[in-house]
Ligand binder design. Structure first.
Ligand code: GLC
Length: 487
């Protein structure tokens, strides 16, 4: 790990000034504490040079993931999705879309239609179901039976049980596709652990569960990752959208790659969307010199130790816990809460990621911070509140910088492929951290732009991207199937 003195010599271009008292001055004792706190938190800072290094390492792993020779050992798997650039139009009509990948499962009815001005339009009705812990960590059969039960409930609610609708499934885990509607789950991520799913065709598991229920029928036509669904839904708004990114419970990116570079799939023409699964970057040791003691504890106590190490630095599943560990360190150093933490704060998982956003959104009167900390069983002083805010800022700023370095790697790689000096690209983004955290977006955009000097990058936020994207790709798939059957 780097020493503090090394850190002091770094370029400060991307650093933010943390040493601003929120109101008035500080007494000598407070300043002494703040200095020590600052020293501890400075470990989270990353210089531009370090971010360039992360970007370069990410690009190397991406290359290795694409090549047949190195694919198996690469940490970034670069999975072909069978979503291609295609001039085909799409079917119009009703589609069912499912979205599984976070803490909730959603079922949507998407009406894809033609629109005189833009050539298409989509309208949605949706319902959210929370996934019980035992369905997430029991057997695959239990999980997919629960999913089928939710679909059945949704169809009842909308009086459409008699219809056999085409279905698009957004399944946000690493899947090795053999076709658009066939793919094997490589490994669970984000706290899912249902046994008997890894190594199996996910669409098959869904079809079996629907058959077991026997009270409705569905025609599963497409399965996509959430990054892919996001990109597709944004593409319909902006035809330059060729990248999809999620920063929510997990963190991942997909992009349109030249077909001849996707060695795992035959064919040379056009482009195919690649699901990078970049969350696993670092699993071969590429991030060892950046990971801190808190990252190691988060990883060791997770359901998948040693895996998804880049994701664990960034995403919402882990951000709150990282902050909690930092707070515990400050308590143990006698710099916070008079050296004493409450039982709640000592408990793993008690500091939720949404608290990080809420604390950083505090307007300066510390009310919000005070309320959150009181709900965790501590009675903070003003100084405590300010220190907790700094801890949140350190963790979320590092997340935004790390994530920005990764995306800059993707964008620069795409530019090189297309042999362009300057170019315009749009990135479609979704996810709670990106959308709800008050500073993540700006810090992330700034990092990406600083590391992609010749790029003109537009970020668009996707609305209902997971469901709409799955329905839209299903509509294209139906059109293509119809074309093959009736030439
Ligand atoms: C995890 C999953 C990935 C997904 C991402 C965002 O990284 O492995 O498939 O896209 O979370 O939900």
């Amino acid at each position: 790990m780097r020493s503090h003195s090394e850190k002091e010599n770094k370029s400060s271009e991307l650093n933010w000034k943390r040493f601003v008292p929120m109101t008035g001055g500080r007494c000598k004792m407070d300043l002494h504490i703040m200095k020590k706190v600052d020293q501890i938190l400075s470990e989270f800072e990353l210089s531009k040079e370090e971010l360039k290094e992360v970007m370069g390492r990410m690009q190397r792993e991406m290359h290795r993931g694409l090549r047949v020779e190195t694919h198996n050992e690469a940490s970034v798997k670069m999975l072909p999705t069978y979503v291609c650039s295609t001039p085909e139009g799409s079917e119009v009509g009703d589609f069912l879309a499912l979205d599984l990948g976070g803490t909730n499962f959603r079922v949507m009815l998407v009406m894809v239609g033609e629109d005189e001005e833009r050539g298409w339009k989509v309208e949605t009705k949706h319902h959210m179901y929370s996934i019980p812990e035992d369905a997430m960590t029991g057997t695959a059969e239990m999980l997919f039976d629960y999913i089928a039960e939710c679909i059945s409930d949704f169809l009842d609610k909308h009086h459409i049980k008699h219809k056999k609708l085409p279905l698009g499934f957004t399944f946000s885990f690493p899947v090795r596709h053999e076709d658009l509607d066939k793919g094997i789950l490589l490994n669970w991520t984000k706290g899912f652990k249902a046994s008997g799913a890894e190594g199996n065709n996910i669409v098959g598991l869904l079809r079996d569960a629907i058959k077991r229920r026997g009270d409705f029928e569905m025609d599963v036509v497409a399965m996509v990752n959430d990054t892919v669904a996001t990109m597709i839904s944004c593409y319909y708004e902006d035809r330059s959208c060729e990248v999809g990114m999620i920063v929510g419970t997990g963190c991942n990116v997909c992009y349109m790659e030249e077909m001849h570079m996707v060695e795992l799939v035959e064919g040379e023409e056009g482009r195919m969307c690649v699901n990078t699964e970049w969350g696993a970057f670092g699993d071969n040791g590429e991030l060892e010199d950046f990971r801190l003691e808190y990252d190691r504890v988060v990883d060791e106590s997770s359901l998948n130790p040693g895996h998804q190490l880049y994701e664990k630095l960034i995403s919402g599943k882990y951000m709150g816990e990282l902050v909690r560990l930092v707070l515990m360190k400050l308590v143990n150093e006698d710099l916070l809460f008079n050296g004493e933490a409450s039982e709640t704060l000592k408990t793993r998982g008690s500091f939720e990621t949404r608290f990080v956003s809420q604390i950083e959104s505090d307007t300066g009167d510390r009310k919000q911070i005070y309320n959150i900390l009181s709900s965790l069983g501590v009675l903070p002083s003003e100084l405590d509140c300010d220190i907790v805010r700094l801890a949140c800022e350190s963790v979320s700023t590092r997340a935004a910088h790390m994530c920005g370095a990764g995306l800059a790697g993707v964008v620069n790689l795409m530019r090189e492929r297309r042999c362009l000096d300057e170019w315009k690209i749009t990135v479609g983004v979704d996810g709670s951290v990106y959308k709800l955290h008050p500073r993540f977006k700006d810090l992330f955009h700034k990092t990406v732009r600083e590391l992609t000097p010749n790029g003109d990058i537009t970020f668009i936020q996707s609305e209902e991207g997971s469901g709409r994207g799955a329905a839209l790709i299903s509509a294209v798939a139906c059109k293509m199937a119809a074309r093959i059957i009736t030439p």
